[in-house]
Design a protein around this ligand. Structure first.
Ligand code: NAG
Ligand code: NAG
Ligand code: NAG
Ligand code: NAG
Ligand code: NAG
Ligand code: NAG
Ligand code: NAG
Ligand code: NAG
Ligand code: NAG
Ligand code: NAG
Ligand code: NAG
Length: 770
């Protein structure tokens, strides 16, 4: 009974028991293949290898979505392998800082953010589903795991099984946007191609809103779909379904064309054969869904055969390798500027690879506004110094050229290097000491690693010039207690002091007296804070933290953080410092089609991601340093079944906690509204300048422009709820803007083939896009 509930909860039963997708026979007719009994994976092979013989000529890379799905669910489950993975997962999940809190989160989180999830119980439920033969294929197993961890809505937490991530990427080939006609009416959803035509005056009809998708109310369909994403905030999740200039500016490092098209984590979500859109004017449009394959499927005859060729366990041949797609152009120098992003003006101070750029706003009325666009906190060590130098140069230049207002545009920022967030904060508030408290969830492996590291190498001198890289990396890790400082800025005295364990509330050291109340609560390490002057900082961040001045340039009220809710990881750390200590205001863009206030930081607020392999490596290193741990809990990490079958993984190891917050609640569970909300308008989806102008207006000249029933800037003049809903957009007036406009429109259309690089490395404070 209990597992049935869980299965229903994740929609597992539906996925496993009855496929909603087209039958193989139908598919065959449509493809014109004369062999209706061919196994689905063999059909894929035929489609991808039409000549039947190996060839170096370009081959098709896409198959109809429903054949791809049928192929995936025809891969028989190796129960031994699955059970071994289920057995190992808790070793890593124990490091998830929110593991206990997710099971029993604060009421505010349940009411406004997401449902609770008991992840360890979920693993048992999946195990039971296997025993009951509800789950009997590899993909359904991987998908159940993926959905279970996804229910945490923690962008740092994921486990993507090989068959889920490695074989197909599902696509709906039509990007959408959600826009308000005038920035005041409720937004509605449009095909992005309509908006392009409208903006470049290339269409004569009035674009009509999408009111139904596959016969469901469009907003409801999209809100549901958005839950497949990795963010926690529902408005941020909704935004992430759509085409967004800032995501596009990140190229393959961003989340592409939006979740509706299958970008980002959307690529794992299996699709029906087609998707039908119904417009407000009554027109219907059916788009055919596809799946892109990373393998050429040569000679694959069945699901079992595919398994042998791609899954690395004992019986596998592991012969198929993903297609190596040659880069369109030579790899760019990672520390150099690239061409300005589509929809952006030319930067005044360009940074490396569009990871950061400084702009001024063209046009009367905005002469005093500078925009630092920061869609990343760097994920490449090559760009770290160039990233810092860009903001140093731009802020200095903008100030000296009379820019008295500063917009920090954080749209699409999934984070990167933690200390780069501290650095930017220090550049803006040099006299403030960044707090940034964090804690691990106490677990035995963590304690043993700390004992080994602090015991064996903690006593060796710390030396910036150290030649022994192993020693340096151990000494600069969290597990040497000399790294970091206490909540009140003092050195830790010992590993025992750093590790605690403590209760969540008030960080009190656990005592016998408090035991009875602790039965359900997790225990945590002591709050620790980065020591920004530690000599090992350059090894962590690629830079020294800026400390050149003690003069604050812009006042708090002259700076604003602008987000689309997709602000995660290091971005959330930066936003916390800027708002709590810098008292800077926030503007959040977009959101669901309502007039409520929304959050600015909608992505993971955890303070650190580890790749699972990192934990395994630490455990091995600890045993090496102190061989009395050979027989300890650390030896469990030797087995690599879960890691060996992982396409991608991550774990959020640290909670971020606010200074002087006695509640013990991690920031991840807090709901915090932005100071102002603005809807996207059609123009904002092709020109970022329109966004910056609206932000500057709302903040510094006309607060009533902020949407929402509560007026922040002027409560007595609280804005009426947005009136009406946009259903059609006024037809384009005037002449087509000529060859240049068409070229620009073509450039947007070219981005429709943009694919996200899902193998991008998870850095210390980065939420991978998929
Ligand atoms: C199933 O997995 C186990 C454990 O990885 C392995 O020993 C066995 O060979 C696998 N069986 C098949 C048929 O792949
Ligand atoms: C835009 O207009 C030009 C000129 O009429 C036409 O060639 C082009 O196909 C149009 N583009 C789209 C996307 O409709
Ligand atoms: C209805 O709206 C859609 C979407 O904007 C458009 O493609 C179509 O041409 C419109 N149909 C009519 C009859 O106006
Ligand atoms: C859409 O897919 C369904 C099967 O799911 C099929 O019956 C229908 O013919 C398809 N429609 C179009 C227009 O391709
Ligand atoms: C597929 O089979 C053909 C014919 O036997 C062989 O030449 C080719 O190497 C095989 N390809 C792969 C990837 O196994
Ligand atoms: C190994 O760890 C144990 C337990 O913390 C400790 O007593 C012992 O001194 C350590 N040995 C070394 C060589 O550091
Ligand atoms: C580097 O330091 C590690 C850890 O203390 C030690 O095991 C190793 O022998 C050192 N390597 C060299 C070359 O000194
Ligand atoms: C927290 O620590 C107490 C005391 O050591 C222990 O009884 C309790 O089980 C711990 N909680 C968890 C979730 O490990
Ligand atoms: C921070 O690191 C510096 C340089 O290693 C050190 O002098 C200082 O004592 C550390 N501060 C704390 C609070 O540990
Ligand atoms: C950081 O500062 C130290 C001491 O001033 C200097 O030796 C080092 O080169 C600096 N590193 C970077 C990456 O700037
Ligand atoms: C910081 O302020 C102090 C006192 O106002 C001043 O003496 C010092 O020169 C300033 N330092 C820098 C680097 O600006």
């Amino acid at each position: 009974m209990w597992f049935r509930d869980v299965a229903t909860l994740w929609g597992l039963a539906a996925l496993v028991a009855s496929s909603p997708l087209a039958s193989v026979e139908n598919v065959n007719r449509r493809q014109g293949t004369p062999t209706p009994t061919l196994e689905p994976c063999a059909q894929v092979s035929v489609i991808l290898n039409p000549t039947g013989v190996p060839t170096d000529n370009p081959r098709p890379t896409e198959v109809p979505a429903e054949i791809a799905y049928q192929c995936l669910i025809s891969i028989p489950l190796n129960v031994t392998s699955a059970k071994a993975i289920l057995f190992e997962l808790p070793l890593y999940l124990n490091w998830q800082s929110t593991l206990g809190a997710l099971k029993d989160p604060p009421p505010e989180y349940v009411e406004k953010i997401q449902d609770p999830v008991d992840i360890l119980a979920g693993l048992d439920a999946i195990s039971a589903l296997i025993d009951q033969e509800y789950i009997s294929d590899e993909w359904s197993f991987g998908w159940a795991l993926y959905k279970l961890l996804g229910a945490a809505h923690d962008g740092h937490l994921a486990y993507v099984l090989d068959v889920v991530g490695e074989v197909f990427s599902f696509t709906r080939p039509l990007p959408l946007v959600s826009v308000s006609e005038d920035g005041s009416k409720l937004p509605a959803v449009f095909a992005y191609t309509d908006i392009l035509g409208l903006q470049f005056k290339n269409i004569s009809y009035a674009p009509s809103a999408i009111v139904k998708i596959d016969d469901q109310d469009a907003s409801a369909f999209l809100e549901d779909l958005s839950q497949q994403g990795s963010l926690q905030d529902r408005d941020a999740l909704y935004n992430n379904l759509f085409y967004n200039l800032a995501q596009i500016s990140l190229g393959t490092g961003g989340s592409g064309l939006g979740g509706f098209t299958g970008a980002g984590r959307g690529r794992y979500v299996p699709l029906n054969a087609n998707t039908t859109l119904e417009f407000a004017n009554g027109t219907k449009l059916t788009i055919v869904n596809t799946a892109k394959s990373y393998f050429n499927f040569q000679n694959v005859t069945s699901g079992a055969d595919l398994r042998r060729k791609i899954v690395f366990d004992e019986d596998s041949d592991a012969k198929l390798r993903p297609e190596v797609i040659p880069p369109a152009s030579a790899p760019p120098e990672l520390n150099q500027a690239a061409a300005p992003p589509l929809g952006y003006p030319a930067p005044v101070v360009p940074g490396p690879q569009n990871l950061i750029n400084g702009f001024y706003i063209d046009g009367p009325g905005y002469e005093n506004v500078a925009v630092l666009q920061v869609p990343s906190f760097v994920s490449s060590s090559y760009a770290e110094l160039a990233f810092q130098v860009t903001s140093q140069k731009f802020l200095q230049k903008a100030w000296s050229e009379g820019k008295t207002k500063l917009i920090i545009d954080l749209q699409a920022n999934g984070g990167g290097t933690i200390l780069q967030g501290y650095d930017l904060f220090k550049q803006l508030f040099p006299t403030l000491d960044p707090y940034g408290g964090s804690r691990f969830r106490y677990n035995l492996a963590l304690d043993l690693i700390g004992q080994a590291f602090s015991g064996a190498v903690g006593q060796s001198p710390r030396d910036a010039g150290l030649k022994n890289i192993t020693l340096r990396s151990i000494q600069s890790s969290y597990f040497d207690y000399h790294t970091d400082q206490t909540a009140d800025g003092k050195p830790f005295d010992s590993w025992a002091q750093k590790v605690g364990p403590n209760t969540a509330r008030k960080g009190k050291k656990i005592s016998r007296v408090s035991l009875p109340t602790l039965t359900r609560a997790d225990n945590y390490t002591s709050i620790s804070r980065w020591n920004t002057t530690d000599i090992y900082i350059p090894y962590q961040a690629g830079i020294n933290i800026t400390d050149f001045s003690n003069q604050t340039r812009w006042k708090s009220e002259d700076i604003v953080l602008l987000t689309d809710g997709y602000c995660a990881s290091t971005c959330s750390i930066f936003a916390e410092l800027m708002t709590q200590q810098g008292h800077v205001r926030t503007i959040a863009l977009g959101g669901r089609s309502n007039a409520n206030r929304i959050q600015a930081v909608g992505g993971v607020k955890g303070a650190n991601i580890y790749q699972w392999a990192f934990i395994q490596q630490y455990a091995a290193q600890a045993i090496y340093l102190n061989n009395t741990f050979q027989t300890s809990a650390l030896k469990e990490y030797n087995s690599g079944k879960a890691l060996g079958r992982s396409y991608g993984n991550g774990i959020n190891v640290r909670d971020a906690v606010r200074s002087d917050d006695d509640s013990g609640i991690a920031l991840q569970f807090k709901y915090e509204e932005a100071d102002c909300r603005l809807y996207f308008t059609p123009e904002m989806t092709v020109s970022v300048t329109a966004i910056w102008k609206a932000a500057a207006d709302a903040l510094w000249s006309d607060p009533s422009k902020c949407v929402g029933n509560v007026g922040y800037y002027n409560p007595s003049n609280a804005r009426r709820a947005a009136q009406g809903k946009t259903t059609t957009l006024s037809p384009a007036r005037g002449q087509m803007r000529g060859a240049q406009a068409l070229r620009q429109m073509k450039a947007f259309e070219d981005t429709f083939s943009l694919a996200t690089n899902c193998k991008s490395e998870a850095r210390d404070g980065f939420m991978p896009p998929c």
